[in-house]
Design a protein around this ligand. Structure first.
Ligand SMILES: NC(=O)c1ccc[n+]([C@@H]2O[C@H](COP(=O)([O-])OP(=O)(O)OC[C@H]3O[C@@H](n4cnc5c(N)ncnc54)[C@H](OP(=O)(O)O)[C@@H]3O)[C@@H](O)[C@H]2O)c1
Length: 494
């Protein structure tokens, strides 16, 4: 292969597979038969071993073969990042990542990156034949991703994945396999996209006992709720808008039904509380049933409704409560101010007190950022040392605490009726913190009840005598949260 029109001396070009055929030292690439220097170093970098050379400024650089599974949104982002930020990565880490093969479903598809045709394959085996040390998984779903990840680990490759469903459902056994094989399995991109949530828990909060985290882990639903509230549009209109902007899939179920957030909660909960958490056991509610009038009444009472993922551990090695669902946050709570597609997590530890991280929870670049960081960290940071995880004692949902109750009635309720309503509720033993009726036609009433019991709605409806078309109850965060804890523990113990 000819080195193009540049007079480069002493470079030894390797015959290979096109785009990534490089000079053996890694100082450039052959693209379309021409040599493209990546570093203008003079003299020629000094090869000091197989795949190791001295780079500008005397940095010892190690070349690492990488196999990429998937070239969709995330795969494309990762490929582009490794190319565009190679100089930064090399300078800071001494690692030169070279993508040696890309697994896709259809090699004939139009791609958003040029010059990669010869790297594409539909055969997983071909990837492993390219001497790859790390496999980056960006296919999604459980199969065939799980089989490929297992085969990569068995072959002695480290694995970096963005796949929340795979890690939530099979992360424990895959991590065990990785430990047995002496390699790493990292999955920062699976929770909160570009926000370094898992790395913070794993590496930066090691001396803390994390006892609670609250998070907005799904950008699609946060966008929909923000849009509904700010522009007074229905759930269906906000969803259609999100789909038009590419924030929601054609089938939005995983996002709007809370399943995506539940996978992420299972992963974060496992790391934070060092326990196994089957995602199917997480109490999960979505946002499909949220009406504009409900958002408005919550706001009148001083709250915002967010799809909150909440994990609380009551005492060291104590029972755990995990839930995903629309939750009322006081307007003053920092998570109540997270708008649009942003994600955020608030971690509470015994020493650090609280830490909040905010950023882009999805998208090509933020997700690629998390995967590229993991890729570097495989070689820079210590791996997982947790040999066995205890099974979690999960508390039942709806076990107590403060609740927001929203009633849609067939007749109008005037605001003047509130004192009488309060009195009725007090008489039957329900402590109401606050109450509001819809200002205009008054056919919605909402209240914050101090302590919740699933039998309350029927008692309440019988006593109030309203002709009710819909009753919704939601947890309230921040009001009586400690009571929630006590109530949950009491329910579990009794
Ligand atoms: N998109 C995001 O913002 C985001 C954020 C965080 C995490 N993630 C996670 O990242 C993963 C990938 O998401 P994505 O949005 O990039 O998906 P995507 O755009 O649909 O891309 C999937 C890629 O995987 C390939 N693929 C699918 N099934 C395959 C199979 N059986 N064999 C070989 N290749 C196969 C596809 O090949 P073809 O191109 O040939 O069809 C495509 O290139 C998922 O686990 C997702 O949950 C995504």
């Amino acid at each position: 292969m000819k080195p193009g029109n540049r007079p480069i001396r002493n470079h030894r070009f390797r015959e290979g597979n096109g785009a990534n055929s490089c000079c053996a030292c890694g100082c450039g690439e052959i693209r379309s038969g021409r040599f493209k220097p990546l570093f203008y170093q003079q003299p020629h970098p000094l090869l000091i071993g197989e795949g190791i050379f001295i780079y500008r400024g005397g940095i010892v650089v190690r070349r690492i073969g990488v196999g990429l599974l998937g070239l969709g949104t995330v795969g494309t982002g990762v490929f582009k990042t490794l190319e565009s930020n190679r100089d930064v990565i090399v300078k800071r880490t001494g690692l030169w990542f070279e993508v040696r093969g890309i697994l896709v479903r259809d090699t004939g598809k139009q791609r958003r990156v040029a010059g990669i045709q010869s790297l594409l394959t539909t055969r997983f085996e071909r990837l492993l034949e390219q001497k790859v040390e790390v496999v980056l998984e960006a296919i999604g779903g459980v199969e065939p991703a799980r089989t490929y990840v297992e085969r990569a680990l068995v072959a002695g490759c480290h694995v970096v994945t963005a796949n929340k469903e795979l890690i939530a459902k099979h992360g424990v056994e895959l991590e065990r396999l990785a430990r047995q094989k002496g390699v790493q399995l990292l999955y920062e991109a699976s929770v909160g996209g570009g926000i370094p949530i898992l790395g913070s828990v794993r590496h930066l909060l090691k001396s803390n006992r994390i006892h609670r985290f609250s998070a907005i882990l799904n950008g699609t639903t946060n966008y929909i709720l923000t849009k509904m509230e700010s522009e007074q549009v229905s759930f269906a209109q906000a969803l259609a808008d999100a789909q038009g902007r590419g924030y929601a899939e054609a089938d939005p179920s995983a996002d709007v039904d809370g399943v995506d957030a539940a996978y992420k909660l299972a992963i974060l909960g496992r790391l934070a509380f060092e326990t196994t958490i089957p995602p199917a056991e997480i109490s999960c509610r979505g946002i499909r049933d949220i009406a504009l009038s409900e958002l408005a009444l919550a706001r009148l009472l001083g709250y915002r409704i967010k799809l909150l993922a909440l994990g609380v551990q009551y005492g060291e090695k104590g029972p755990i409560s995990l839930q995903v669902g629309p939750t009322l946050l006081p307007l003053s709570h920092p998570l109540a101010r997270i708008e649009g597609v942003h994600n955020a997590v608030r971690l509470e530890g015994d020493v650090v007190q609280d830490v909040m991280l905010v950023g882009h929870g999805a998208g090509e670049k933020p997700t690629a950022s998390a995967m590229a960081e993991d890729l570097c960290n495989v070689f820079l940071l210590p791996g997982d040392r947790q040999d066995s995880l205890a099974a979690a004692t999960l508390l039942p949902p709806d076990a107590g605490g403060s609740r927001f109750l929203f009633l849609e009635t067939r007749e109008s309720i005037p605001a003047e009726a509130i004192p009488a309503l309060r009195e009725t509720l007090r008489r039957i033993g329900l402590a109401v913190i606050d109450m509001a009726v819809q200002p205009k036609d008054g056919n919605c009433v909402a209240m914050i009840l101090r302590r919740w019991d699933p039998s309350y709605p029927s008692v309440l409806l019988a006593e109030l005598g309203f002709n009710v078309s819909r009753v919704i109850d939601r947890p309230v965060f921040g009001v009586g949260i400690e009571e929630t804890a006590e109530a949950m523990l009491e329910t579990t113990i009794s």
